[in-house]
Design a protein around this ligand. Sequence first.
Ligand SMILES: *[C@@H]1O[C@H](CO)[C@@H](O)[C@H](O)[C@H]1NC(C)=O
Ligand SMILES: *[C@@H]1O[C@H](CO)[C@@H](O)[C@H](O)[C@H]1NC(C)=O
Length: 177
Amino acid sequence: MVTFKLPLSMLLLFLLLNIFLCSSEVLYIPVTKDASTLEYIIEVGQRTPLIPIKLLINLGGRSLWVDCDKGYKSSTYKPAVCNSTQCTFAKSHACGDCIFKPQVQPGCSNNTCYIWGENPLINSFHDRAEIAEDVLAIGSTPGVRVTWPRFIFSCLLDQDMMRQFANGVTGIESYIV
Ligand SMILES: *[C@@H]1O[C@H](CO)[C@@H](O)[C@H](O)[C@H]1NC(C)=O
Ligand SMILES: *[C@@H]1O[C@H](CO)[C@@H](O)[C@H](O)[C@H]1NC(C)=O
């Protein structure tokens, strides 16, 4: 019998590699543990212009979602069009228009599709996580940065879903396929 003892950060590295790349490139993604909440957190770059965002690591989930309620600004945000390959790829369960905000914005677009957003800290799910694409980058220094120009993620507008996040965290990474 063989037992593997990998440090958690190594495990996460492998998972993220599978998810993001499906290739043999080696990436290093530092995982930090928040001292007060004991949550595991990674920092990635997202949007145009690129800004750093902190994401909670959730080993049991199925998507990457971010808080779009507190002013998501990006010139490259593109909501998925209903029944597009993006919707299929993300296994969306529904499709619709923006009916709960006075005007369309990231997280509330027309003719777009949704998946479930999950926050395991509070055991909550939300059925209208809008599927979208935007720039995602990993690695803090330009020399080791890897960028995906059209990374598929989802966008949530419900502040209730952000409860119990460590300070500065604005979403959840759990792209485990
Ligand atoms: C588009 O997808 C929705 C579910 O996401 C489905 O109900 C609808 O029938 C689809 N429309 C077409 C034209 O395929
Ligand atoms: C979005 O859809 C809603 C509801 O169908 C409609 O009232 C609104 O005019 C649309 N907005 C845009 C910008 O297309």
